[in-house]
Design a protein around this ligand. Structure first.
Ligand SMILES: Nc1ncnc2c1ncn2[C@@H]1O[C@H](COP(=O)(O)OP(=O)(O)O)[C@@H](O)[C@H]1O
Ligand SMILES: [Mg+2]
Length: 307
């Protein structure tokens, strides 16, 4: 299958700050691909380059078969990008915004109206349809912004932290919408700081840290990289007393049980598979990057706060 996105050796600096450095990844057509990384990792910069808003210093990116620098117009015709609330007109109602974009994108009046109604329903904006956007709450504005990027189904859809600021229910609904689009053949590249989101939604994940890809794979492959299960010993009230990582082999498991036995603690034994959290922390903790420790510490804390 032809690749929808091909990124080779991408580099970008702002002033003296090197934001992307030798970024490489490929997204197959029809795939949901998550760029997972902490704040400041370079996710938005990557999206901006792929959507032709920012020109890279080095390397090359091809989207839907066209070069993002030398064939920017062709790329623009085949993509859509959310996270730009600037596209929303405050003076118009939600419905008017959707219909206007539909008309601008070449839909007839009937089709534009039908599409608008569908999207208002799908994004739970029925009550807000006839109200001016200026009166919307932050969450409503966010949902309208997302709805606008679904007016015409693009070949490649870019979603920059699509569910940031949404409540749990809206987040899950949006996941369903995104999966539905992917099932219908749209390639989706999304960025997220949420491990659960990447795990649930993405066919493949690239962990981006310090402007380069730290690891790529399916959620299962990334978890598999950490090796085997961890043996846990929990008290009868459920508190974690000990945990011993294993290499996943029978003898490794036996050794882990011996360690727990020697500890003399009483409790119940369980096996835990590595989680995506474990993968992420192992890839982005201090020592894994060249970042100063204080920055990495903040990052780890941010990740824990999100759970
Ligand atoms: N236009 C810009 N000018 C200067 N610095 C920028 C610009 N855009 C991004 N940066 C810097 O590049 C780094 C990566 O930013 P960004 O790509 O937005 O990361 P992310 O989206 O992963 O949080 C940050 O340190 C940010 O401050
Ligand atoms: Mg960002």
């Amino acid at each position: 299958m032809q690749s929808a996105i091909e990124v080779t050796g991408l580099g970008k600096s702002f002033g003296r700050q090197r934001v992307l450095s030798g970024l490489d990844f490929t997204v197959a057509a029809g795939e949901v691909f998550a760029l997972l990384g902490p704040n400041g990792a370079g996710k938005t910069t990557t999206i901006n380059i792929l959507t032709t808003l920012v020109v890279p210093d080095e390397g090359r990116a091809v989207v839907a078969g066209f070069d993002v620098v030398s064939e920017a117009e062709q790329v623009k015709q085949r993509i859509s990008l959310t996270g730009q609330s600037a596209a929303v007109d405050d003076v118009l109602t939600g419905a008017e915004n959707l219909v206007m974009l539909g008309r601008l994108s070449g839909l007839g009046a009937t089709a534009a109206n039908r599409r608008s109604a569908e999207l208002l329903e799908r994004f739970d904006l029925m009550d807000a349809a006839r109200r001016r956007v200026a009166t919307y709450s932050g969450g409503m504005r966010r949902r309208l912004d997302l709805a606008l990027s679904f007016v015409v189904t693009p070949a490649v859809l870019f979603l920059d932290e699509p569910t940031t600021g949404l409540d749990t229910r809206s987040r899950r609904e949006l996941w369903d919408v995104i999966r539905g689009l992917a099932d219908a053949g749209t390639t989706v590249l999304l960025t997220t700081q949420y491990l659960e989101e990447a795990d649930r939604l993405a066919d493949r994940i690239a962990v981006i840290d310090g402007g380069r890809i730290a690891a790529t794979g399916t959620p299962e492959e990334l978890k598999g990289r950490l090796g085997g299960e961890t043996v846990e010993l929990r008290s009868h009230s459920g508190a974690l007393l000990h945990e011993v990582p294993t290499d996943g082999t029978v003898s490794g498991l036996r050794r882990a049980l011996d360690v727990l036995d020697e500890s003399g603690a009483e409790g119940t034994v369980a096996l835990r598979r590595p989680s995506l959290d474990d993968v992420f922390l192992s890839l982005t903790t201090p020592g894994a990057t060249t970042d100063p420790p204080e920055k990495a510490d903040t990052r780890t804390q941010t990740l824990q706060e999100q759970r």
